[in-house]
Design a protein around this ligand. Structure first.
Ligand code: ATP
Length: 594
């Protein structure tokens, strides 16, 4: 990673942290106060034990038991108080951690869903899944195990050092002197662990991405016998992940071991100096005991701090990756003052115009459309045909305003699409994609996707209108059948019918249909065609026709070549004209009848 990229991704991580933590600052302050109280309580018992040894025991030897009993009871009471405050802190900080995670997941998911199509076409879905799953998990781990360690480590270190300095300065100096190698070790760890954990996040991303891709493309995998090769690739990615984990493990082992070593050196140093100072009469035995107890307490939290630092490095690398989702992509911006579509435009609803439209995917990319002028009349069906890569889908995406033209404008009923509020545009222009995607839920939920408030009668009427009612009522639970339940198994044609019922229910002014390329059997194809005729009636429609049989339902055909309209007219006239469309049709007839 280059220096400036590194700084950018750290800045993104910090911005994300600020966005998450700032609204919770009051609760975090309350958690900090609880942790402080816990640690202050925790400082008292060693002092009471020192007093018990130095004062209570000699008094008991003289037959006065009250001081010893008093010190012991006080040590017990502070121990109980520490435990109760710790319980409250853990419950409270646990809730904050869960809320933070909820917020992170919610924001990251909403951010991904709200990104323009340009983002999704450039960002592999596996990578997004890795961000939303394993990267979020790394933050979860840090919050679950780390907060406690961080707070106790920081507060107890400061508190213990203060008490040590108050008890005996030369002894405290030994402990402080050993902080120099500890500081050096911590610096090394911070630097090395950041690199190591970035490596693990990148490696796990590779594993998740490959798994998601293989799963999404399982048909192609099986058709091309790629199972073995895919499994080998996953093994390779897994091995890379294992190496990255081992590297991170090595860094944390060196750090934890180093901290333990320095802790033990402190004990030896304190014991040696303590015995000398007792011998010289400068130190009491109880104070030495308190020192030894404190050193133990000092290095335990440093160990916890090491776990936190580990978790933080992993989470920090995860947050850098999640932060990348928050980078703004040149989006189709919502207008500040949206215009409304005319309710009853002269000539009818659904007139689409392209006026001198230029478009290319990204600034450096070759232009796909160069000055397209086009008028689609209300209520008519236009089929776009042409060779692959000609620009048919691009025209459709501009009608749906999934992208904005780089120059020129696209209007609907006289209004520039850029002036329409998103909700109004989505209600006015609907798209049926090739795969006719069904979401988890019932058939009814899927039909009512664009109008969740639709009544069951309306849903049924929409299904009846496209001829889907028959097969839906034959499903085990009718309209309540879960579309992803095992055994439901809807065919491609049935999925298309459900997608068309969806359109019937929302009744958009303009419908864009990216016709499925996979062939259906003749009866399904006929059912889809019949449904199509009903859905198209009285609506402006743009069909990206992959199969020329679909063109029969169109009033007009546009032949697209290299981003330009090269032929335009009713299908029958184009067939008679003997131009490109007639040639394509002859080729298609020969292929289908061969
Ligand atoms: N998301 C994208 N990013 C960059 N270039 C793209 C993108 N989508 C399409 N293109 C390019 O734009 C051109 C037009 O593509 P488009 O998808 O509009 O063609 P099409 O006529 O619909 O093709 P097909 O029949 O194969 O679907 C092609 O050169 C294609 O490579």
């Amino acid at each position: 990673m280059s220096g400036s990229e590194d700084a950018r991704s750290r800045a993104r991580r910090d911005a994300l942290l600020r966005m998450l933590l700032w609204p919770k600052r009051r609760r975090l302050a309350a958690a900090t106060a609880l942790a402080l109280l816990e640690n202050v309580c925790g400082l008292v018992p060693p002092l009471l034990i020192a007093a018990a040894i130095d004062r209570g025991v000699p008094a008991a030897v003289d037959g006065r038991w009250a001081p010893l009993i008093g010190y012991t009871a006080a040590a017990l009471a502070t121990g109980l108080a520490t435990a109760s405050v710790k319980y409250c802190f853990l419950r409270y900080s646990g809730r904050i951690a869960q809320d933070l995670l909820f917020e992170l997941r919610h924001r990251a998911f909403a951010q991904v869903m709200g990104q323009p199509l340009a983002f999704h076409e450039a960002y592999p879905s596996g990578r997004v899944v890795a961000r939303l799953s394993s990267d979020v998990e790394s933050v979860e781990e840090m919050l679950e195990m780390g907060l406690d360690g961080l707070f106790s480590a920081l507060f107890s270190m400061v508190g213990i050092l203060a008490v040590m300095l108050w008890l005996d300065q030369p002894m405290a100096a030994v402990v402080i002197a050993l902080f120099v190698p500890l500081y050096a070790l911590t610096r090394w760890f911070r630097h090395r662990s950041r690199r190591a954990y970035r490596g693990t996040r990148t490696a796990v991303e590779g594993v998740v991405q490959h798994t998601v891709e293989a799963y999404n493309g399982v048909r192609a995998v099986q058709a091309f016998r790629r199972e073995e090769a895919n499994a080998r690739r996953l093994d390779g990615l897994d091995a890379r992940y294992a190496v990255a984990r081992a590297d991170a493990g090595l860094v944390s082992a060196v750090f934890s071991g180093g901290v333990k070593l320095i802790g033990n050196l402190s004990l030896v140093g304190l014991l040696t100096l303590g015995v000398l100072r007792i011998d010289q009469g400068h130190l009491a035995l109880g104070t030495l005991t308190a020192f030894l107890l404190y050193v133990h307490r000092l290095y335990d939290p440093i160990d916890e701090l090491a776990s936190f630092a580990n978790a933080f490095s992993a989470a920090s690398a995860g947050l850098e990756k999640i932060g990348a989702l928050f980078v703004r992509h040149p989006a189709v911006a919502e207008p500040e003052r949206p215009a409304a579509l005319p309710a009853d435009p002269p000539g009818g609803r659904g007139a689409v115009r392209f006026e001198g439209v230029h478009f290319g995917y990204g600034q450096a990319a070759r232009p796909v459309l160069s000055g397209v002028d086009l008028a689609l009349e209300p209520g008519r069906t236009v089929a776009l045909v042409g060779t692959t890569g000609a620009g048919k889908s691009t025209i459709a995406k501009l009608v749906a305003r999934l992208y904005d033209p780089t120059a020129g404008r696209v209007t609907l009923d006289g209004v520039d699409l850029r002036e329409l509020a998103d909700a109004e545009l989505r209600g006015a222009v609907s798209m049926i994609t090739q795969e006719a995607f069904l979401f988890s839920g019932s058939v009814a939920d899927n039909i009512a996707l664009g109008r969740p408030d639709a009544s069951r009668a309306e849903i049924r009427a929409a299904a009846e209108a496209v001829g889907a009612h028959g097969f839906v009522s034959a499903l085990p639970d009718g309209y309540d059948t879960d579309v992803h339940k095992r055994g439901t198994g809807l065919s491609a044609g049935q999925r298309q019918l459900i997608a068309m019922a969806r359109v019937m229910l929302t009744s958009p002014r303009v419908l864009i249909l990216d016709e499925a390329t996979s062939s259906m059997d003749t009866s399904s194809e006929r059912a889809v065609h019949e449904a199509l005729t009903r859905v198209l009636a009285g609506r402006t429609a743009v069909i990206i026709a992959h199969r020329l049989s679909t063109v029969a339902v169109a009033d007009r055909v546009l032949v697209i070549e290299d981003g330009a309209v090269v032929e335009d007219g009713p299908p029958t006239r184009l067939l008679e004209g003997g131009g490109r469309f007639a040639g394509m049709h002859r080729g298609w007839l020969a292929a289908t009848t061969a």
